[in-house]
Write a protein that binds this ligand. Structure first.
Ligand code: ZN
Length: 159
């Protein structure tokens, strides 16, 4: 069975950047399960997996435009240290913040005695993504799964 729209797909994957640093991996855990063609994965991954079958091993290179988007420097803001009160603020911490564009997750990228720099970009925005993928299983989605927009059963939602 080939991967196409509305198939439930299980994959193991390892994600590296262009420097070869591993950013994420499913190895050692359960495979990632998703429904193809409904926007669950980034577009570059769904395009790379389309037509593949169980047992296929492949490399998928995803440009930011087909991944987590380009970086938007307007989402980088410097805010007064005092805005965080007595909180111990450190680089890498993530917060929900009210911004002009609604509630966003921001990451602290710099801390000085007087100010804190936060970045509202997705951590992988602007990053070239290099996936090594193995297709573990492909099956038809059930009507319930399609109605809910997610996978049911082991590896998915149990309800
Ligand atoms: Zn459900």
């Amino acid at each position: 069975m080939q991967i196409s729209k509305n198939k439930v797909v299980s994959i193991h994957y390892t994600l590296k950047d262009n420097e070869g640093t591993t950013l994420d991996s499913s190895l050692g855990g359960e495979p990632l399960m998703y429904i193809q063609g409904i926007g669950s994965l980034i577009p570059g991954m769904e395009e790379g997996l389309e037509g593949k079958v169980k047992g296929d091993k492949l490399q998928i290179h995803v440009k930011p435009e087909k991944g987590y988007g380009l970086r938007d420097e307007r989402l980088v803001q410097e805010v007064p240290r005092s805005a965080f009160g007595n909180q111990d603020v450190q680089v890498g911490m993530r917060f929900r913040a009210e911004t002009g564009a609604g509630v966003q997750i921001v990451t602290v990228t710099e801390v000085s005695p007087d100010s804190v720099t936060v970045d509202g970009n997705h951590p992988l925005a602007g990053v070239d993504l290099n996936f090594t993928v193995e297709v573990m299983d492909v099956r038809n989605a059930t009507p319930d799964e399609l109605a809910h927009g997610h996978v049911h059963g082991p590896g998915g939602y149990e309800h």
